[in-house]
Design a protein around this ligand. Sequence first.
Ligand SMILES: Cc1ncc(COP(=O)(O)O)c(C=O)c1O
Length: 351
Amino acid sequence: MHIIPHSRPTLDEEEVRAVAAVVRSGRISQGDEVRRFETELAGQVDATDAVAVSSGTAGLHLALAALKVGAGDEVVIPSFVCSALLNAVRCVRATPVLADIDPETFNLDVGDVRRRLTPRTRAVIVPHLFGLPADVREIAALGVPVIEDCAQSLGSRLSGAPAGSFGVLSVFSFYATKVICTGEGGMVVSRDAGLLARIRDLRDYDEKSDDRPRYNYKLTDLQAAMGIVQLRKLPIFIARRRDIAARYDAFMNEYGIPTPACPPNREAVPYRYVVRTERMEEILAAGREAGIGYRRPVFKPLHRYLGLSGYPQTDSAFASALSIPIYPSLSDADIEAILDPLRSILPKKLR
Ligand SMILES: Cc1ncc(COP(=O)(O)O)c(C=O)c1O
């Protein structure tokens, strides 16, 4: 059986050569390649500088630490997101406050964020979920520092400006299956040199004049060399993702299924292709049978980990949101194979 996983990195001999060159150089930890990767990524997202870290989670942790968020402080995050955000908030001993999502975009519902602010709120983490820019300016206008979570949205734009250029700090992930990858890895970008200096200090414990707690959250030159190659391929990756999304849109239109929302002034990067269906279990089962990685795009909403209720849009999204494979290395034949099992399950639009 030809297995089509839900996601997969897109790599070729260029990455192999770049990593091999670092191996041959003998300088395999954090060094010149990391600095180059930081400069190139910062340039892409209109930031003045960037600090590379070992993962997106590490980036979120250090972003909160740099803002001096700590015990007794509250941080608003969505419920419909991976548990990395919950972990990052807990790493600084702050209290996570969950907000519900907008049912159209799956991003944070600005009104619900507003309702959940208290005098103790010290930050809001705003993911641009599935590559669609969130209402980050409206949330920033609530007066609380915004950390943009761009783990899924490198290359997307809002009103012409890159995702990652709106928050006081913005965090990227380069996990193996992200828009660009380094295996594991992340980056924090900002236009605030003071905050970045704090993050740079916190990611490495060695040769410090005081003994304040610091971490080992460094990226290696092996990873950065791969990241630089991947970053140069970003326009090709995005174009291919958009082509695949256009094919999926045409298919969904045939079946009368609403395609992923893209409100005005947004240029999404289709990192995930997510549609609503009432036939979730049937489709997941058909995928297991055919070797196709259909998935729920969020493993478990955060309010369910915390035993909370009052998140109706997140519950509805968890019940009905289906993610079908989308990544640059899919062939046209793969794409048709992905759609094929859906033909017999989805009811066709009545014309
Ligand atoms: C929205 C979001 N934020 C943060 C992360 C965490 O990134 P990492 O896996 O690099 O720690 C992820 C990764 O899955 C993510 O999707």
